[in-house]
Design a protein around this ligand. Structure first.
Ligand code: ZN
Ligand code: FE
Ligand code: FE
Length: 168
């Protein structure tokens, strides 16, 4: 079901489509994080990525929970946006020779991912409320909070240490 195909007729269809999009994205992120953990040089960055991998596995479960609450089977649709963000991250990471500069690049890539997720969850929460499903909105809000916290942690780590080491 493409975004511009005629399969999406109602806000409800659009909500489900976007849920399928973030479902795909979360799974893709869970697959990409182990490589990022491996590549990270800073021990705190490694630990933060590991922690977020655990959270991401939970995000997948919560999205599945929302599918069930909404009465539809969990299904993923391709998300070219997250594919592009992750392709770009791998491309850049492959071109950085210096370990400290690589950490700065990994943080920047991870923050692009978090921001993508934040826009999706923000939209899904608004639409769930619109559709009279504050219960679904509540579950999605738990994921949004963790994405925001992950992003904030990365900003703090970059600004307090990683960027400074990278610039040395
Ligand atoms: Zn997530
Ligand atoms: Fe998408
Ligand atoms: Fe995330």
């Amino acid at each position: 079901m493409g975004l511009f195909s005629k399969d999406i007729k109602t806000m409800d269809d659009l909500f489900v489509h976007t849920l399928q999009d973030i479902y795909y994205a979360e799974k893709k992120i869970a697959k990409a994080l182990p490589t990022m953990i491996e590549k990270a040089n800073d021990p705190q960055l490694k630990a933060d990525f590991k922690h977020h991998l655990g959270e991401t596995e939970n995000h997948i479960l919560r999205v599945e929970e929302v599918f069930h609450m909404h009465g539809v089977k969990p299904k993923a649709v391709n998300c070219p946006a997250i594919d592009g963000i992750i392709d770009e991250a791998e491309e850049v990471a492959g071109e950085v020779a210096d370990k400290q500069v690589l950490d700065a690049a990994l943080i920047a890539a991870a923050q692009a991912v978090e921001h993508y997720e934040m826009t999706r969850y923000g939209t899904l929460i608004a639409w769930a409320k619109l559709l009279g499903r504050p219960d679904c909105a509540g579950v999605l809000a738990k994921n949004l909070t963790e994405e925001k916290n992950a992003d904030t942690k990365l900003t703090k780590l970059a600004e307090s240490r990683v960027n400074l080491h990278a610039a040395e």
